[in-house]
Write a protein that binds this ligand. Structure first.
Ligand code: KG4
Ligand code: ZN
Length: 370
């Protein structure tokens, strides 16, 4: 069954065709990054306008690349939550219209569950430009059998969960404040490294010394919060360090002609590497605890931060746990993961009504901490 998947929850306008929930026939992601970069963050109004302008062309390209016309689509899946409401509504309305016009089975899905599903997709062809050579692990990743531990890390979420099926997760730990991707983005914004911060810091960190600065790990294990995460303390500490550079006058002079430019470059790379190391160690500490307590030995990652090369290397280095990542270009938002998980629901006979609504938030993804 060929399913068209549509994703418009944030700043990627995306559509894909996936066969039988596995084989990616096309995957088109039109990024709005240049439109938001000037504001150092996603502007919701601009995002929904761009989705409105682009959605038709993106879906058309996804069908063309899959070598089918609208009549070749056998089911339609779309993100309904969580995300920016105005953006979600564009994809949702388009998907409903497509399904209604062709009388196709239709399913509205959860974006975070779809991120977790991304590791089950099989992509053929060369790695797209911009993906680092070290993480070229394309092809068919090994399928994890349930149950396993899920690590969902994106711009809006940081979740450690037990996964019993593609639609059945139990949240063990979440962030009590900022999401890990958000911390990457904020640090990058304050230091002027670029937008969005994750990929920029990942790259910059490769030439930096991760031991150059020591940033604090949050102390969260009081009260039994063994899997809780927190990023606001780290973010504040890294941003406060900027003040020290200002006093010294080094990092703030990246364009000066003398040796100051080199110092600025080195200090920037050291900050990136030291921050990234701490951000990943915070994740791993809780993840390893969850693995130990549950006895689950397989970890499946998903979400934009799952593309992080340091996270991937750290998990590959340890010998105890089996770690499965999506191909790097399927870690961020894309339509293939939506089509993939959508197929699973459709194959089970589930359908969403055509009056289903979008929602910015979704229940079941938070944990209350005392
Ligand atoms: O899953 P995603 O594309 O969108 C959301 O659902 O939020 O995740 C976006 C987040 C951003 O915060 C971005 O900075 C981060 O993923 N990200 C990364 C990397 N690539 C993207 N974070 C760390 N390292 C990366 N290589
Ligand atoms: Zn996402």
């Amino acid at each position: 069954m060929k399913v068209l998947g549509i994703e418009s929850s944030c700043d990627e306008c995306a559509a894909a065709v996936v066969e039988d929930g596995k084989r990616v026939l096309s995957n088109v992601v039109a990024t709005q990054i240049p439109f938001h970069a000037v504001y150092n963050g996603v502007v919701p109004e601009i995002a929904s306008r761009k989705h409105t302008e682009w959605i038709y062309g993106v879906v058309k390209e996804a069908l063309d690349k899959a070598g089918i016309g609208p009549e070749g689509v056998e089911g339609v899946a779309v993100t309904a939550h969580p995300g920016l409401l105005g953006s979600l509504l564009v994809g949702l309305s388009f998907a409903k219209a497509f399904a209604w016009a062709r009388d196709l089975p239709f399913i509205a899905v959860n974006h975070m569950l779809a991120h977790l599903y991304a590791s089950r997709l099989h992509v053929e062809g060369p790695v797209p430009p911009g993906i680092s050579a070290e993480v070229e692990d394309r092809g068919s990743p090994p399928e994890a059998s349930y149950p396993f531990l899920g690590l969902l890390v994106s711009g809006g979420h940081s979740i450690i969960c037990r996964v019993d099926d593609f639609d059945d997760i139990t949240v063990l730990g979440t962030t009590i404040d900022d999401a890990v991707g958000e911390a990457f983005d904020k640090v990058s914004k304050y230091y002027g490294f670029g937008y969005p911060g994750g990929a920029v810091i990942d790259k910059l960190a490769q030439s930096g010394n991760s031991g150059a600065f020591r940033f604090p790990m949050p102390n969260l294990d009081k009260g039994g919060n063994r899997y809780a995460l927190s990023y606001s303390g780290l973010k504040t500490a890294v941003i406060n360090q900027l003040e020290q550079f200002r006093v010294k006058g080094t990092l703030t002079a990246p364009n000066s002609a003398d040796g100051a430019a080199d110092i600025a470059r080195r200090e920037g790379a050291d900050i990136a590497a030291s921050f990234q190391k701490t951000a990943v160690e915070i994740l791993l500490r809780s993840l390893f605890r969850a693995a130990e307590d549950t006895g689950l030995k397989t970890i499946v990652a998903g979400g934009g931060v799952a593309a992080n090369s340091y996270l991937r290397t750290r998990l590959a280095e340890q010998g105890e746990l089996r770690c499965i990542f999506p191909p790097p270009d399927l870690c961020g938002d894309n339509g293939a993961m939506i089509a993939g998980i959508g197929y699973r629901y459709l194959a089970r006979g589930e359908r969403s009504p055509l009056n289903v609504t979008a929602s910015a938030r979704v229940g079941g993804f938070k944990r209350r901490y005392p």
